[in-house]
Design a protein around this ligand. Structure first.
Ligand code: CP
Ligand code: NVA
Length: 303
């Protein structure tokens, strides 16, 4: 099989997403029925974390074991990655010993360099620029609750960050629109997302971005790696909090999503994230199912 990486959402085509969402649904059904699904017996996944994680770590690790494989967990602090071994050398060595690599790191260029020297598929478990596995889970969750996302409107309220960039890429590929509202100074950079302007609209006022939306979604005010800006961001983002009024501006059956971890009282009010329109727990669980489908697809193709 031709080597395939998943470094950004656009690394797969629309028809591959159709397959992945169908296959993830089957994997989820089998998981719920305690039915074994082990196409990756004897395969090994290396997970490299240069930033903290709960969901990504648990979903990839549990997912790989459930598929019949095993996992090696590396961090900067307990490997030579933290002692300046060149990324190209790490990639050459690690990819001779395992079948698949998942990396959470800072710059996208780092994961791209790793992939260039890797003999095995590399998956982006979050970089400063993108978080494709999360959007994979988010769209799967939308489809589960509301059907196709094509033609729908997603309101992005908050930072022009890795999640926002990936939503834009998904919108262009799968045919929906993102209404983006960010505080000034924290705008999206369409060059980073690499999309044409037809898939998104920018609004100064987050209420206007939410108006008529099918899905309202947000993320932390300060992403990992930007902690030094925390105080400035707290001031700039005060009005970018998803509250009940903002949800009322959206469609009456609009969903609320958040990739988590969340800060109640900052980017979202408790009554929204813990309220009836919120699907955040399904969204988190679905990381497991979609990533199992993804790992299987990258190693074995369509079954
Ligand atoms: N949403 C997400 O990626 O969560 P973690 O940072 O806990 O992995
Ligand atoms: N934008 C957040 C997402 C965390 C899952 C971050 O990069 O920290």
């Amino acid at each position: 099989m031709k080597l395939k990486h998943y470094l950004k959402f656009t690394d797969l085509k629309a028809d591959e997403y159709v397959y992945l969402f169908e296959h993830a649904a089957l994997i989820k059904k089998k998981f719920k029925a305690y039915e074994k699904h082990q196409p990756l017996t004897d395969r090994t996944l290396a997970m490299i974390f240069e930033k903290a994680s709960t969901r990504t770590r648990v979903s990839f690790e549990a997912g790989m074991y459930q598929l019949g494989g095993s996992v090696v967990h590396l961090t900067t602090g307990d490997s030579q990655l933290g002692r300046a071994e060149p990324i190209e050398d790490s990639a050459r060595v690690i990819s001779r010993m395992v079948d698949l690599v998942m990396i959470r790191t800072y710059e996208q260029t780092k994961i791209e360099r790793f992939a260039e020297y890797s003999r095995v598929p590399v998956i982006n478990g979050l970089t400063n620029e993108y978080h494709p596995c999360q959007i994979l889970a988010d769209i799967f969750t939308y489809i589960e609750h509301r059907g196709s996302i094509t033609g729908k409107t997603v309101a992005w309220v908050g930072d022009g960050n890795n999640m926002a960039n990936t939503w834009l890429q998904a919108a262009e590929l799968l045919g929906f629109t993102v209404h983006v509202s960010t505080p000034s100074g924290y705008e999206i950079d369409p060059a980073v997302a690499g999309v044409k302007s037809s898939c998104y609209k920018v609004f100064k006022d987050p209420m206007q971005a939410s108006a008529g939306a099918d899905l309202v979604t947000t993320d932390v005010w300060t992403s990992m790696g930007y902690e030094a800006e925390n105080e400035a961001r707290k001031k700039a983002f005060t009005d970018w909090c998803v509250d009940a009024e903002m949800m009322r501006a959206a469609k009456s059956d609009a969903l609320f999503m958040h990739c988590l971890p969340a800060h109640r009282g900052e980017e979202v009010e408790a009554e929204v994230i813990d309220g009836p329109q919120s699907v955040v727990w399904d969204e988190a669980e679905n990381r497991l199912h979609v990533q199992k489908a993804l790992m299987e697809y990258l190693l074995l193709g369509r079954l």
